[in-house]
Design a protein around this ligand. Structure first.
Ligand code: GAR
Length: 220
C-alpha cells in the first residue's frame, strides 16, 4: 500500500527534498500528493515542481486571525485526502482547528533535542548555553508548540569553534536522515501515537530514542 502525503513548507525545502529523494529511490511506500507553502516565493515550491508534484500557496497574509487561516489550510489539505501531513520547515503555529482534524497524522521536524529549545533560533541558543551537544527531533504535532510526542531524535556534537551556521548544517544532515525514516515507519504502518505516547512496532518508544550522529540504534 502507498500512503498519500501532503508536505507543508515555508522556505528552502531541503527537508522536502530529502523526502522527494527517498520516494524517488523507492525507500518510502508513499507519494507526495501536494506541497503547500504559506510563502509564495519558497524555494521548496520549485523543488516540488521539478519533481512533478502539485503545489499550492496559501498565504497567511490575507487572513484576519490564525483561526481563519487554520480553517482554510485544513480545507485545502483535505482536498488531497492525505494519510500523513509532514511539516518540513513550516514556520507557522497550527491551532486546534487544524490539528484536531488530522490528530496523530501530522509530523514535524524541529532543529533541537526536544524538549530543549522549542521555537526559533535553536542553534544560537544551544551555542549561547555552552551546550556540548545539539540535534534534531521528529515528533507528532499537538496544539502545544514543539511539544508533541517524540518519534525519533538524532544528536550531534557541538565543537568549540562552531558558528550557528556550521552547527545548523551538521544538524540538517541528521534532519534529512530521520525525517524520511519516521515517514517510512508511518507508511509501513509501524508507527502510531496513542495517549500522548509513540508506538513503533507495537512497543512504546523509549524516553531516550536518541541516536548519536550515526545510524546505529535506529531500527530499519
Ligand atoms: C529546518 O532546519 C527545520 O528543522 C526547521 O526549519 C528548517 C527548514 O529547512 N523547522 C523549524 O524550525 C520548525 N520549528 P528546510 O526548508 O531546508 O527544510
Amino acid at each position: 500500500m502507498t500512503i498519500a502525503i501532503v508536505v507543508l513548507i515555508s522556505g528552502r525545502g531541503s527537508n522536502l527534498q530529502s523526502i522527494i529523494d527517498a520516494v524517488g529511490r523507492g525507500e518510502l511506500p508513499a507519494r507526495i500528493a501536494a506541497v503547500i507553502s504559506n510563502e509564495a516565493d519558497a524555494l521548496g515550491l520549485h523543488r516540488a515542481q521539478q519533481a512533478g508534484i502539485e503545489t499550492r500557496v496559501l498565504s497567511h497574509a490575507g487572513f484576519a486571525d490564525r483561526n481563519d487561516y487554520d480553517l482554510a489550510l485544513r480545507d485545502l489539505v483535505s482536498e488531497f485526502n492525505p494519510d500523513l501531513i509532514v511539516l518540513a520547515g513550516f514556520m507557522r503555529i497550527l491551532g486546534a482547528q487544524f490539528v484536531g482534524r488530522f490528530e496523530g497524522r501530522i509530523m514535524n521536524i524541529h532543529p533541537s533535542l526536544l524538549p530543549k529549545y522549542r521555537g526559533l533560533n535553536t542553534h544560537e541558543r544551544a551555542l549561547a548555553d555552552g551546550a556540548s551537544n545539539h540535534g534534531a527531533s521528529v515528533h507528532f504535532v499537538t496544539t502545544n508548540l514543539d511539544a508533541g510526542p517524540i518519534i525519533v531524535q538524532s544528536k550531534v556534537p557541538i565543537y568549540a569553534d562552531d558558528s550557528p551556521e556550521i552547527l545548523a548544517e551538521r544538524v540538517l544532515q541528521e534532519e534529512h536522515r530521520i525525517l524520511p525514516q519516521a515517514i517510512r515507519w508511518f507508511a509501513e504502518g509501524r508507527l502510531s501515537a496513542r495517549d500522548g505516547r509513540v508506538l513503533l512496532d507495537g512497543e512504546t518508544r523509549p524516553e531516550q530514542s536518541l541516536t548519536s550522529h550515526r545510524r546505529h540504534g535506529i531500527p530499519n
